[in-house]
Design a protein around this ligand. Structure first.
Ligand code: ADP
Length: 247
């Protein structure tokens, strides 16, 4: 786990241990179209997190018995590479990765037009290459962009971030040490018009804290949306057709 012991404080003179303000996100870098063989893809760095999302489809779903007559089936697979954390992770699904896959899928489904691709499947694969807390939200941000990159019509992008509590103070976008030693964690995903598509809660918030935390998450998601929108605009401006980039 983390190399350090619990620090004596997390916030001093209004700043966090990594120098961020309480409502400041970690820096995020987005690159679209990084996987030549996927229909859509996105590589995303967020602080020390590194994730890649690939989208395959829509294509006909086999075996046929899994097809939905009038709707698309959305599948989402989140996994962590063995080398993504300090102590090697056992490859293969775990309870945690299955849970994250499920809630992440549910966070994206509301922005699709399910009836557009009956009998078909869209596969979203998210691989965490390096983890530093917030990987499910990083995965959702990347997956939402990879879906757009695949040219799949969407009602909007989904943006996600977490709000936590350290030293009794609410902070946006926990890093690993804040997550390890903090008091609570609230990952949230939402659409640009503020419709919440994922909320999870680990730890305890009072009613007022929860209200404030949702407000902070909303502001964080709005900033992330802006970065996502810019990345998409730049991609289509540079390639014209959204084809694979050469780098
Ligand atoms: P999230 O990554 O969405 O915040 P968690 O709250 O479950 O999800 O995990 C927080 C962080 O703890 C992860 O980002 C990762 O850095 C670390 N972590 C999670 N699972 C493991 C594991 N099995 N071994 C080591 N570190 C882990």
């Amino acid at each position: 786990m983390s190399g350090m012991n619990a620090p004596e404080y997390f916030i001093k003179d209004g700043l966090r241990l990594d120098g961020r303000a309480v409502d400041e996100l970690r820096p995020m870098k987005i690159k679209l179209g990084t996987l030549g063989r996927a229909d859509g893809s996105c590589y995303l760095e967020w602080g020390k997190n590194k994730v890649i999302a690939g989208v395959y489809g829509p294509r006909e779903l086999h075996p046929r018995r899994l097809q939905k007559e009038t709707e698309v089936v959305l599948r989402y697979k989140y996994s962590m590479a063995p080398f993504s954390v300090e102590e090697r992770i056992r490859p293969g699904p775990s309870r945690r990765s299955l849970e994250i896959s499920k809630v992440s899928r549910d966070s994206l489904l509301p922005v699709l037009f399910p009836n557009m691709y009956p009998k078909s499947v869209i596969d979203v694969v998210v691989e965490v290459l390096q983890a530093d807390a917030g990987t499910r939200t990083a995965g959702i941000n990347a997956a939402s962009l990879a879906l757009a990159d695949a040219g799949i019509p969407m009602k909007g992008l989904v943006s996600a971030c977490a709000v936590g509590k350290v030293d009794g103070t609410l902070v946006l976008d926990l890093d690993k040490d804040e997550d390890n030693y903090g008091d609570a964690d609230l990952p949230v995903a939402m659409t640009p018009d503020g419709k919440v598509t994922l909320v999870q809660m680990d730890g305890h918030f009072t009613k007022d804290e929860l209200k404030e935390a949702m407000e902070m998450a909303k502001k964080g998601c709005a900033q992330i949306y802006e970065l996502q929108r810019r990345a998409l605009t730049e991609r289509y401006a540079s390639t014209g057709n959204g084809g694979e980039s050469d780098e």
